[in-house]
Design a protein around this ligand. Structure first.
Ligand code: 5GP
Length: 194
C-alpha cells in the first residue's frame, strides 16, 4: 500500500537489524489519514470473506481494528486483553503469547461472550514477525470454535518466519507493507505486489 510504504520510508526508523520503529504514524502518534486508508485496504481484501467481527490484541492493534471494522460496515471490534495473571476464569478463554518487543510472556484473554461460537473472525494487528501474536489470537478463536477468515497486518517483517508459515498453512493473509531488512538504520521494503 503506497501511503504506508511512504510513511515507513520517510518516518519509520530501523533499530539494530530487526526492529522497525513506527511511533510517528502507528504506535504512539497515529496518522489518521493513513489509519482509515489501511482500514479500507483490509476491507477491500476481506469483504468477500464476510467477517462478523474484527479481533486484535491491546493496545496498538485497537485503532487499526476499528478502522477495518468501520470500513467493513461497522462490525464490532473485540480486543484481547493482556495480563500477567494465571487465574483461569470460566467466562474467558486465554492463551500465552511471547512478546517480541518486550521479551516477556503474557497471557491474552477474551471473554467468551464477545467471541461467539461459529463467528467469522478477521484478525488485525500492527506487526507480524514470528507470528506469536497471530497464533495466540487464532488459538483463542480455535478454543471458541470461531472461524478465522483472514489476517490483516500493517507491517510484516518478511525476514522473520511468521508470514511465510501462515501463508503455507493456507491462511488468507494480507500485509499492507513488507519489510525485507534493515541495513545501517535504513528500512528495505519489498516491492509492492498490488
Ligand atoms: P510476533 O508475535 O509476530 O512475533 O510479533 C508481532 C507483535 O510484536 C506485534 O503485535 C507488535 O506489537 C510486536 N512487534 C514485532 N516486531 C516489531 C517491530 O519491529 N516493531 C514494533 N513496533 N513492534 C513489533
Amino acid at each position: 500500500m503506497e501511503l504506508l510504504r511512504r510513511k515507513i520510508l520517510e518516518e519509520g526508523k530501523g533499530i539494530g537489524d530487526d526492529i522497525v520503529k513506527a511511533d510517528m504514524f502507528l504506535n504512539h502518534r497515529i496518522d489518521t489519514e493513513l489509519l482509515f486508508a489501511m482500514g479500507e485496504a483490509w476491507a477491500e481484501e476481506f469483504r468477500g470473506e464476510k467477517p462478523e467481527l474484527v479481533l486484535t490484541v491491546e493496545s496498538s492493534g485497537i485503532a487499526l481494528a476499528v478502522a477495518a471494522a468501520h470500513a467493513l460496515g461497522d462490525i464490532p471490534v473485540v480486543f484481547a486483553k493482556k495480563s500477567a495473571s494465571i487465574v483461569q476464569n470460566e467466562e474467558t478463554v486465554q492463551t500465552p503469547v511471547y512478546s517480541f518487543t518486550h521479551k516477556t510472556q503474557n497471557l491474552i484473554r477474551v471473554e467468551k461472550k464477545y467471541l461467539p461460537e461459529g463467528a467469522r473472525v478477521l484478525i488485525v494487528d500492527d506487526f507480524l514477525a514470528d507470528g506469536q501474536a497471530a497464533h495466540g489470537l487464532m488459538d483463542l478463536c480455535r478454543q471458541r470454535q470461531a472461524k478465522v477468515v483472514g489476517i490483516g497486518i500493517a507491517i510484516e517483517k518478511g525476514f522473520e518466519p511468521g508470514g511465510r508459515k501462515l501463508r503455507e498453512s493456507g491462511v488468507h493473509l494480507k500485509s499492507l507493507a513488507i519489510v525485507d531488512g534493515i541495513r545501517d538504520g535504513k528500512i528495505i521494503l519489498r516491492a509492492d505486489d498490488d
